[in-house]
Design a protein around this ligand. Structure first.
Ligand code: UD1
Length: 359
């Protein structure tokens, strides 16, 4: 049996690290890796392959950045050729990026089963690019691997039940597996101390492509700093960097420690040392929970609603006062709800279910 796995953006490299490893080590199938090139900077791509020991991709599509249509179309055309040449027994796609959607669409039209990892996540607004990508990919998938029961319930509500399985979250597997390798970051190089800083990340289009929203968030971060007396450390996504410069918001970052994007190990090390997190990343809000850290999530909605409902994470609008206020709420005690996303064996579960279903 042969499975092709398609990745392209940071969170997908992280998820592929363990699924690909498990497939290779158990000899489950011939595993071929394709990189779309959606993320291409060294700090957005290569560093993850190096740190997580992901073998070099068999194919690199080199699509780079572009509009949604141009990027999706370029991946669609290029992956179709590879699927026709390789004729795999299945295509693995991860999450909700343009890479995910393009891969699923090419495969389903060639009658190649699609396996969707992190299926069943739903959030408002429905017009958000990632929401469109994930909902359409779920429609096309033969096997839908969910991180938690919520994913299964969301799919059932849409009449999708066949091929749905709750496997747990491979990001939790990776967190547990790599915990002892989280690099001992020299916090002093960033002027922060253990347990005494706020870790922030920002990259969502609705937060950073709108000058008012971006300005309000940066002001909110400054208020958090003033009111908690904790410095804010912000690894800046290239998209966010362009917007900060383009909107002339650099003065709003004067009080924030801005650093270039960092790899998985360093980010996790910073996470484990932070007081709390402010983010719009789907992955980081869950990893914060794995690290026992609370997160302020700047999104209109989140797919990880379990973490909001139990009070662990706080959802806020891109509003200066709301962000400042959430800084007070984040210190109110909340009992850790225990494991919500499996037992650290999601990759094994995924490999087993693929073998049982497609062989
Ligand atoms: C994408 C995903 C998002 C995911 C995120 C992880 C979609 C629609 N969105 O968002 O779900 O959470 O990846 O980071 O697929 N850029 C660079 N260098 C790079 C990559 C990007 O400079 O290596 C810049 C370019 O200006 C590009 C912009 O960042 O236009 C946005 O990149 P893109 O891949 O379109 O979206 P992300 O914001 O990274």
């Amino acid at each position: 049996m042969k499975i092709l796995s398609l990745v392209g953006a940071r969170p997908q490299f992280i998820k592929e690290a363990l699924v690909g490893k498990e497939a290779r080590e158990t000899g489950a199938w011939e595993h071929r890796l394709v990189h779309s090139g959606q993320h291409y900077d060294t700090c957005m791509s290569d560093i993850f392959f190096q740190e997580l020991h992901i073998p070099a991709p068999d194919y690199h599509l080199g699509v780079g950045s572009g509009t949604h249509g141009a990027m999706t179309a370029a991946i669609l055309e290029k992956i179709e050729k590879i699927l026709l040449d390789e004729r795999p027994d299945g295509l693995l796609v991860y999450g909700d990026t343009n890479t995910t959607l393009a891969g699923a669409l090419a495969a389903v039209k060639l009658c190649i089963p699609v396996i969707h990892i992190e299926a069943g996540i739903r959030m408002a607004p429905k017009t958000m690019p990632e929401e469109i990508n994930r909902a359409l990919t779920d429609r096309m998938a033969t096997l839908l691997c969910c991180c938690s029961d919520l994913g299964r319930a969301n799919l059932a509500a849409e009449g999708l039940q066949k091929g749905v399985i709750v496997t747990g979250d491979v990001m939790y597997d990776l967190f547990l597996r790599m915990r002892s390798h989280f690099s001992r970051v020299k916090l002093t190089q960033y002027g922060v101390n253990e347990g005494n800083f706020i870790l922030a990340t920002l990259h969502r289009d609705y937060n950073v492509d709108n000058p008012n929203a971006l300005g309000a968030i940066l002001q909110g971060l400054m208020r958090l700093k003033e009111e908690s007396s904790l410095p804010v450390l912000l690894p800046v996504h290239p998209r966010t960097r362009k917007r900060i410069d383009g909107y002339e918001h650099t003065t709003l970052t004067r009080e924030i420690v801005c650093i270039p994007p960092i790899g998985y190990l360093e980010l996790m090390a910073l996470l484990c040392s932070a007081a709390f997190v402010v983010t719009d990343s789907g992955g980081l809000q869950k990893e914060a929970f794995y690290a026992g850290k609370r997160a302020i999530v700047i999104m209109p909605d989140t797919g990880w609603r379990e973490l909001i409902e139990c009070g662990w994470n706080i959802l806020v609008a891109p509003d200066e006062n709301a962000i400042a206020l959430s800084g007070h709420r984040i210190h109110v005690d909340c009992k850790h709800p225990g494991p919500l996303y499996g037992d650290g064996h999601a990759a094994e579960n995924i490999v087993k279910v693929i073998l049982n279903t497609l062989k």
